[in-house]
Write a protein that binds this ligand. Structure first.
Ligand code: IVH
Length: 688
């Protein structure tokens, strides 16, 4: 056996011990779970290849975790097991589990599909709740599985957990197992408060929840917004339900819900591998819309009788498996920090990363938000950093990753924001008391001009097809365009001279420019790129004032009369139109032929307000929770939209329900926004 393998095994064991302690005992991990799993698996593989390397104290050989000094130890009446994890995040992971179950139950190939209870894998802290005669008498953490910690005082502060079971009759002893977790919105709010108080912010909901449960002072726990979901049982005495013929895990959760315990509604009873795969897909599509973090789903054989027949391995039941999703956090190297200039001149530090596959795509840039966030995270060029990408959210650097704690290898200077705009050289200013740095160059700054043009041409603004970033780069860098109105002076001759611009595409662009001239006041207002004016505000302004002249001449007081417009927005609009050059831009655009219907006064404007889905094409797929397909179609059409049968680049939205299939995949591929029924309803109400 090579000395190299032995050395690596020793190093891996030391690393895993260190990180397991940080994670299980101190609740302060330094690495993402996926990285821990990777190290664990590397050691497992090494030990499998060289069994003589396996030592009794290897982290692969025992359940990890240790009791802290301050909390009293509790021996579990029934050990708290862990669960086997399927890390193949594709459908094959579910198929492998179903095949294993069928084999162990010795089912014939033509035997009917096995029924499963499928649920979410919550990312929090496992808790055992002991109820005697219906009263909560003890709450304990998992600890090492045999012995946990008494956290009864803390758990009693969680409003969601009943102190006495409802309904009846209740068994004399009933232990309920579940997960304490923190919702994302609660977590954000907590961090907001911390920031206001000038105190340190928390890294993620999981660790914050775990830390809160294991506080020594219950008043501390009470001040943290915690939630709970029940998912199983511990010790039970005399509960007739469990021995009824045909008792299932699904029915068990219903019974727990009837006792007053929170049970997630996102669970299904499904049949066979197909049902598991469909559930996995369904939850994956909704993952980012859930109010809390999950790292996978859990499948359990539904029949309690079959569960008993299958039994347990040392650490885990044979009848359950956790099926993971691609990790939303990964570790990579921070190669550099660049400063980008946005449309409004805001300077954003952007991390240039060693490309890494995370959250389903390869990421090489991630935002560092602003200089204060960057400082707080304490990352420097050359560091290994944790990158997070969840759903459609912009990838971000969470913090520094330290495999082996210690100082940085060499002196690395701290990063500072430049004093001059990296694009145009204008002075950079930080607003008094603000956190953002801004370039003062305005439209003189090529970066701001480019972003302003791209925003102006965007689908939700003037919708100029074919005016993408490559072309905008050429137009601005080549000095063809200095102001927005010059866009409409571009002719085929001038355009065709540009790189990668055939006569045909030049003609298409000119046609698209021509077409964009007929628009709506709301789109035009939005396209101007006034700070603080998003689509919704632009619509409100158009509806309220009915004409561009009225908007331009409105005082701050008059602007404040508009729905949802507060002092910050009103001042921003007023300041924008107080600049003569901005008024000139509006005049020149009108002179170039831009036109829209103007209305006299708010009432007329409201009457003629465009239908919320006018000009929009939607595609329906899967089964929606409440609306039938015909109902959904009727509602969309009544709101001025069209329903198409297949997804293309022209599709504005895909509305996906349960068991959505290839249309959903296609939407993702093309980057078409995907909505659920709730999202559709918001769109119909005009808030989309
Ligand atoms: S069942 C005997 N169901 O995953 C099977 N565990 O188990 C025991 N977890 O830390 C677990 N969501 O806290 C089960 N729906 C779920 C779960 C779940 C999260 C956690 C559990 C434990 C880990 C491994």
């Amino acid at each position: 056996m090579p000395a190299e393998a032995r050395g690596r095994a020793i190093a891996l064991r030391a690393l895993l011990h260190h990180h397991a302690h940080r994670y299980y005992v101190l609740d302060a991990p330094e690495i993402p779970d996926a990285e821990y799993d990777r190290l664990f698996q590397e050691l497992q593989a090494l030990e499998a290849a060289h069994p003589e390397l396996r030592t009794a104290d290897s982290p692969t050989q025992r359940v990890l975790g240790r009791v802290l000094d301050g909390l009293a130890p509790v021996r579990h009446a029934v050990p708290m097991l862990s669960i086997q994890t399927e890390t193949d995040t594709s459908a094959a992971g579910a198929e492998a589990f179903d095949a294993r179950v069928r084999r162990e139950l010795e089912l014939a190939d033509d035997a009917p599909p096995v029924e499963y209870a499928a649920e979410l894998k919550y990312d929090g802290l496992a808790i055992n709740l002991r109820y005697e005669a219906g009263v909560l008498v003890l709450a304990a953490t998992r600890g090492d599985g045999e012995t946990g910690e008494d956290v009864t005082q803390n758990i009693r502060t969680i409003g969601q957990i009943p102190l006495r079971l409802q309904g009846g009759p209740v068994p004399p002893v009933l232990e309920i197992r579940g997960e304490v977790y923190m919702r994302r919105d609660d977590f954000e709010r907590l961090n907001e408060l911390q920031r206001e108080k000038g105190e340190k912010t928390y890294i993620n909901p999981r660790n914050t929840a775990a830390g809160a449960v294991r506080q020594l002072d219950p008043a501390m726990t009470a001040s943290r917004p915690l939630s709970f979901f029940a998912y199983g049982l511990g010790a039970v005495q005399d509960w007739g339900f469990l021995v009824e013929a045909g008792a299932t895990h699904g029915a068990l959760l219903d019974a727990l819900a009837a006792f007053g315990l929170p049970v997630s509604p996102d669970r299904r009873v499904v049949r066979g591998a197909e049902g598991l795969v469909a559930f996995h897909r369904y939850v994956e599509a909704r993952r980012d819309a859930l109010p809390f973090d999950i790292d996978g789903v859990v499948y359990k054989v539904n029949s309690l009788e079959l569960q008993r027949r299958m039994g347990f391995k040392t650490r885990e039941p044979r009848w359950a498996v956790a099926h993971k999703y691609p990790a939303q956090e990964q570790v990579t190297r921070l190669n550099g920090i660049e400063v980008q200039v946005g449309r409004t001149g805001k300077l954003t530090p952007v991390a240039k990363l060693e490309p890494v596959f995370v959250g389903g795509t390869t990421v090489s840039n991630a935002t560092l938000h602003n200089i204060f966030e960057l400082r707080r995270k304490g990352v420097r060029i050359g560091d290994q950093v944790i990158v997070r990408r969840a759903g459609d959210v912009i990838p971000e650097v969470v913090g520094r990753y330290v495999e082996a704690p210690g100082p940085r290898p060499a002196y690395v200077p701290n990063f500072h924001m430049p004093r001059q705009c990296p694009v145009c050289g204008s002075q950079v200013q930080r607003e008094k008391g603000g956190i953002d740095h801004r370039c003062t160059g305005g439209l003189f700054c090529a970066a701001q001009r480019k972003q302003a043009l791209l925003h102006f041409a965007g689908r939700r603004a003037m919708d100029i097809e074919g005016l993408g970033d490559k072309l905008v780069d050429q137009l601005v860098d080549g000095g063809f365009i200095r102001t927005l109105p010059e866009l409409y002076k571009l002719g085929v001759a001038k355009l065709a001279g540009l790189e990668r611009m055939a006569d045909k595409s030049a003609a298409n662009l000119v046609a698209a420019l021509e077409k964009s001239k007929t628009t709506t006041l709301a789109r035009f207002l939005y396209a101007l790129g006034i700070r603080q004016v998003g689509e919704a505000t632009a619509k409100d302004l158009a509806r309220h004032f009915g004409s561009i002249d009225r908007v331009m001449d409105a005082s701050v007081e008059q602007l404040l009369e508009v729905n949802d417009v507060g002092p910050v927005v009103a001042t921003s609009i007023h300041t924008f139109f107080a600049q003569p050059h901005n008024r000139e831009v509006v005049e020149q655009l009108r002179a170039a032929g831009l036109n829209w219907a103007e209305h006299e006064g708010a009432a007329a404007a409201a009457a003629a307000a465009p239908l919320p889905l006018a000009g929009k094409t939607l595609v329906l797929t899967g089964t929606l929770p409440e609306l039938s397909r015909d109902e959904a179609k009727a509602l969309i059409e009544a709101a001025g939209g069209k329903v198409a049968g297949s997804v293309s680049k022209k599709t504005h939205f895909v509305v996906a329900g349960e068991e959505a299939g290839s249309k959903l995949d296609k939407a993702r591929e093309l980057g078409v926004p995907v909505l659920d029924e709730e999202g559709l309803r918001r769109l119909l109400a005009g808030a989309g």
